[in-house]
Each structure stands twice: as C-alpha cells, then as structure tokens.
Design a protein around this ligand. Sequence first.
Ligand SMILES: [Zn+2]
Length: 390
Amino acid sequence: MAKATTKKVSTNKASTKKVGTNKVSNSKKNELINPTSYQFLKEYINNPSPVGFETSGQKIWLNYLTQYVDTTFTDPYGTAVGVINPDAPFKVVIEAHADEISWFVNYINDQGLIHLKRNGGVDHQIAPSMRVWIHGKKGPVKAVFGWPAIHTRMSNPEQKEPQPKVENLTLDCGARSKKEVEALGIHIGAVVTYEEGFDELAHDFIIGRAFDNRVGGFMIAEVARMLSENKKKLPFGLYIVNAVQEEIGLRGAEMIARRIKPNIAIVTDVTHDTHTPMINKAIEGDIQCGKGPSLAYAPAIHNKLLAIVEAAAKNKKIPVQFRTLSRSTGTDTDSFAYANDGCPSVLISIPLRYMHTTVEMIHKKDIVDTIQLMYETLLQLSPKTNLNYL
Ligand SMILES: [Zn+2]
C-alpha cells in the first residue's frame, strides 16, 4: 500500500459490519498453503525487490507461477503477467504489487558515511540501528544505520533528543572515506534494503519485510494454483498481474492496465490492523488480523462487483471486514478503475500490523481466506456478468 504523500487520502469512519463466520478450523484451512508454496513465500519475501528494481523478485514469482498458467509476459518496466486463456476477448485481472519500499544512496561524505533519499514511503523512525544491504555494482554490501548513543545525544545546543529524519540518518559500511565506499561498488543511486526477512511467531502469525505487498503476489499465484489443481475452466481470460512501482504512485498498474485493457480488475493489497496502540479506530476504522480479508467501499470500488465479492464470501462462509476510503484507495485499484474507459474494480485487502516496518505481521488464516475469496469470486464471473449501474 502506497503512503499518500502529495495527495491527502481522506479516511471516513469505517463500518464495522461483518458477514459470516468461519466454521472451518484453522489447522485444516492452513493446509491450503502447502509446503512448496510456503517455501516459495519465504524465498519471495527474503529476496529484495526495491521500487524500480523488482527484477529478481519477478523472476522468482514467474518461476513459481508458470506451471499454473498458459503463458506469461512482462512489460518494459518489469511488471510480470501470467495468463490463463490468452485468446479470450473478455479479460479479468487479479493483481498485486511486486515492489518494496527502500532507500537510495544520495550523498557520500568525506568520512565515508552515506546519506540517503527515500524510494517509496520507507519509515525514518525505525531506521536507527537497522542492518541493511546496499545493492552496489559489485554486489550487496552490508551496512548499518548509525545513531548517537543515549549517553551522547543530548550534547547539542538545544539539549533535546534528536529525532531520526532523512537528513540526519547515515549508513556506516565500515569505510572511512568516500574512496573506500566507492571501492566497494557503492554509487549514488544504489538502492538499500533492510536485512530482516521472513519469520514465524506463535498462534499462526508470520512476520517479514514488505509483506506489503508481496503477500499479494503470493496470494494471486495461489489462486492460479487452485484453479489449475481443481481443473476449473474459466469463461474468460484471466491475467494474474504482479505490478511494479506501486509504492511511488501506483505507476506499474497504470502502465499494465493500459496494455491489457481489462473488463474487470480484482486488486489485492494490505491494510492496517487497527487494534494496536496509537491508532484511532474512529479515523482508521475497525480491522483486525485473523478476522478475514477487508473489503472497502470507495468511489473507485465498483458497487456491483463488490456485491458479487460479498455474496461469494457469504456463500462460502469466508469472514470479511468492511472499511471505507474516499478520494483515493492508495492502492493499484485506482490505476485500474480509472484506466482506459473505466474498468470495474474491487479491492480485497489483507489485514497487517506495523505497515512499512521490517516486522509487518500477518495471520496465516487471513492469507487462506483472501486466496479463497478471490478464487470464489472468479468462479462467479463471466462475460455476461452485468455490471452496469444504470
Ligand atoms: Zn506500502
């Protein structure tokens, strides 16, 4: 999910309406993620995929997806697409984004310390003492975000604790001059990602860097796997799209929506679990990990398509949670909805704690429920589906 920077995303008070209860036990439902797909998820999350530099992640994703689709293609900026029924005139997209927030090397000082620029909405507050990889011309170089010790940081004219900001954060890779930095292959424009990767917590929670939105890439690939393994024949072309450059303004989706010209788009991304401290539910709505995917109401969300998703959830007893968004969804939904002549679009989000940190947290049951909801929705669609408002 992209952080709104230039445009203010207004959030209205969210509805707390909930539909259905899940009668299937967690352990049974979690088997839908099999050991091979779980291994793919771990590898995909552990691999860095910075905005604008998503190629290695796209290769991992395509390598997994290919077995479940008829054909694949990529566009000039690296958005990857798997297609089922490529000759069908009616086209449905299921979409996630492949990029992860990161930093750019912006300035190397004479002492060999490296100043950065954001590449996406990476969080300056979590940076001090983090370990990173600088992706230089000679391969990844390990570095750390330094920060003055608790003992020394009051010794400034204001005698106030400094706050981490892009301007005062630096990376230390062990080099003590600009020359030593450059000797490691580090250059202006090299991208930087955090080292932390996939891990498991108790009670079916998993954590990782950039589950936003690579869990989406995983889920749409799993939808393709389910369609293939259950031998489902779709009456339309299904385009499984892993778009680049979402985090800097929904750009990859913008490009690929024009190329595919879909009739319907089902977008998946992450959304905030609002049950942790310092989040106001009256502003952010009431969404919780473990309680199912979140469906949003918004002008960009097509009401008739949303009703189809909601009915599929009800029929299959998949729990869902509702929220509202207004001018912008802050997701690729906007790019698809407003592309071309208008494309009926819907957003199915997975709840996540601590977005844009290195410990983004997701409940496995929500992954299973989100995959199932996309799958069941697809089985309801056909070229005859009437989505006209009037
Ligand atoms: Zn994001």
